[in-house]
Design a protein. Structure first.
Lengths: 242, 375
């Protein structure tokens, strides 16, 4: 014979822990059938305001229930429900962040002549500074991404940008070529590029609706790399005047 | 020391740009990460008189959520997928090769265009041709995306329409890579051929580079669901790594092959054409064999399983606004596609597993609750 005792729900763990549920079912089992409808209302009310109007014996139940908020509970407050202008503004800043990261990879190539002259190394050796940045950048993106999911995108991206900027200074002031290489490598490793920016798209667009946003960020990623040599041509030609 | 000053300036320019970007991000971009926002929302709701609402990170202490082992697993997964997933491997190699080409161009454009007597500034501006290619590809993708969305809505039960259709536009733009390279190879002899010829072919290479990156990550995001961060991570890694590794040999490659004939640039580009020709065929193979390849993949398979449990619905036909993101949160303790999910852990109901705690504050009644976060 099936269990005919009244129950609150098929999936008890959603709103209360197992012990509380057993206690509640015990008490309910003693009651008569007509109490049932008011009981289920009581449960609904309890879930929303933590009290049980009209259900004196149940008032204590749920006091200790810590309930984890779900995406469904607060969907309209999450990134997915930002107004379109806000999403695209955030994405535009990310666009510029991505451009600057890829710009850093390629602009160095216009410094090759100067670096080889200053440190008395061949241009081919000076290219190692460009290569090492890219290789470490490749690993850097991977290393940063999981942390951005644990601590949030904002602090991780701020830390990454700060470190990238700090490592530029010793490259510019380097007394020898080894310093240039080491600080270029550290700069590359500090760059939280493509993976964190794609993660931010996933924060604001459902996987099924994000193609336009991906197309936008991809443009910044490939565009940043060619902005380097364009700006570099001018800096090489006009900023060597001292 | 004039060149050295120029070199230093190029570093200062990076720093100025980087500093500007950091300030802009600091002041105007809010946190977007779903779990972090949920913690804040839960805190606010508790203040508003709802003492039982807790955020996803508040119920489990940090050390339980994030172990050294888990960190290692998430770091290794992109490389594991790169090596064990044929889709990730060949598409990433294609994507990496096309990006490395651009970085090889950065090293070699001055060799090419000095034949026309280009100045340093002129050589820099010649990269605008690739930029035009990127722009054309981006604009061309917008109607292609619109078409793709319609196709997915129209044929919800057709597997190719749901997945491989995202590579459809690439079927037409990927050949731009070999076409652009072979055209570039044989228009760079210098005068009397006009330089605009080679720039048009460079733009065609740009179209291919943009399209390949866009379409391959779009397809991987769809095919790998919760593991897509690792799959696209492998793609991005391949791009930067190959670009870095090929930066150093680029100049000898362009100057030394067939030097005695004086056709070294042409031969070098022809070799690149041959490599690109082989890699581009991968797009067609994956377009046709994609369903079979995904069926054999433990990473892609778990996504399919989650869909079956959902009554066989495809993401585009799920009627509510939560779409694909919700499914990702069911197969992994995180709330979006992320680095946490592990294909060996097939677990379904987050709700049953990790909600309540008992009054004394001990960990939950359900033994699976702790594994849900730390697995």
């Amino acid at each position: 014979m099936p269990d005919t005792r009244p129950r609150f729900a098929e999936e008890p763990a959603e709103v209360m822990n197992a012990r509380d549920l057993e206690r509640a079912n015990e008490k309910l089992g003693e009651k008569t059938e007509e109490d049932l409808s008011s009981r289920s209302e009581t449960l609904d009310a309890r879930a929303s305001d933590g009290r049980a109007p009209g259900g004196g014996d149940l008032e204590k139940l749920g006091t200790y229930d810590k309930r984890e908020i779900t995406e469904d509970d607060c969907y309209d407050e999450l990134g997915f429900c930002f107004p379109a202008w806000k999403k695209w503004y955030i994405l535009s800043v990310i666009f510029i962040v991505q451009v600057s990261m890829n710009f850093n990879t390629s602009l160095y190539s216009n410094a090759l002549g100067g670096i080889s002259e200053q440190f008395h190394v061949s241009e081919q050796a000076a290219r190692v500074g460009a290569a090492i940045f890219l290789v470490f950048y490749a690993f850097g993106c991977e290393l940063w991404a999981p942390w951005s999911e644990e601590f949030g995108r904002w602090p991780v991206l701020q830390l990454s940008l700060a470190l990238v900027n700090i490592w530029q200074i010793p490259v510019a002031l380097a007394p020898n070529f080894a310093t240039v290489l080491v600080c270029r490598a550290l700069g590359g490793l500090s760059s939280a590029g493509g993976s964190v920016t794609l993660g931010m798209i996933a924060d604001m667009w459902e996987a099924d609706k994000q193609q336009y946003a991906v197309a936008y960020v991809v443009f910044s990623s490939v565009g940043g790399s060619i902005l380097g040599p364009i700006v570099g041509g001018f800096s090489e030609a006009y900023l060597s005047w001292q | 020391m004039t060149n050295a000053d120029g070199a230093r300036w190029s570093i200062w320019i990076q720093l100025i740009f980087g500093g500007f970007v950091q300030l802009l991000h600091f002041f105007t971009v809010p946190e977007t990460r779903t779990t972090i926002m949920m913690n804040k929302i839960a805190k606010r709701r508790r203040k508003q008189g709802n003492p039982n609402i807790w955020g996803p990170d508040e119920l489990v202490p940090f050390k339980d959520r994030f172990s050294a082992k888990e960190i290692l697993v998430t770091w290794i997964r992109p490389f594991k997928m790169f090596l064990t997933e044929p889709i990730v491997l060949v598409l990433s190699l294609l994507s990496g090769f096309s990006d490395a080409l651009i970085f090889m161009f950065i090293q070699s454009f001055s060799l090419v265009y000095k034949q026309w007597g280009f100045s340093v500034v002129d050589v820099g501006l010649s990269f605008l041709s690739i930029g035009v290619g990127y722009l054309v590809a981006w604009i061309a993708f917008i109607p292609a995306i619109r078409r793709n969305i319609k196709e997915r809505q129209a044929r919800p039960e057709d597997e190719r329409a749901q997945y491989e259709s995202r590579l459809w536009f690439l079927l037409y733009t990927a050949p731009c890579l070999p076409i652009g390279l072979i055209g570039f190879a044989w228009t760079i002899q210098g005068p009397p051929i006009h330089w605009i010829g080679s720039m048009i072919f460079a733009a065609i290479v740009g179209i291919a580079n943009y399209s390949i990156y866009m379409a391959t990550i779009d397809y991987m995001i769809c095919a790998y669901g919760p593991y897509s961060a690792s799959a696209t991570g492998g793609n991005g890694w391949s791009r930067d790594f190959l670009a870095g590794v090929l930066t150093v040999p680029a100049t000898p490659f362009f100057t030394n092959i067939g030097k005695s004939s004086g056709r070294n640039l042409e031969y070098a580009c022809t070799i690149l054409f041959c490599i690109s020709f082989v890699l581009v065929t991968a797009v067609y193979v994956i377009y046709w064999k994609g369903p079979a390849l995904r069926a054999r993949s433990p990473f892609a398979q778990q996504l399919a399983q989650a869909k079956t449990e959902d009554g066989g619905r495809r993401p585009s036909t799920v009627g509510n606004v939560y779409g694909g993101g919700r499914r990702a949160s069911e197969s992994c303790p995180c709330h979006k596609r992320c680095y946490h999910a592990d294909p060996s852990q097939v677990r379904r109901p987050r709700r049953a597993a990790r909600t309540a705690r008992d009054p004394k504050g001990a960990r939950t009644a359900s033994p699976s609750a702790s594994s849900a976060r730390t697995a």
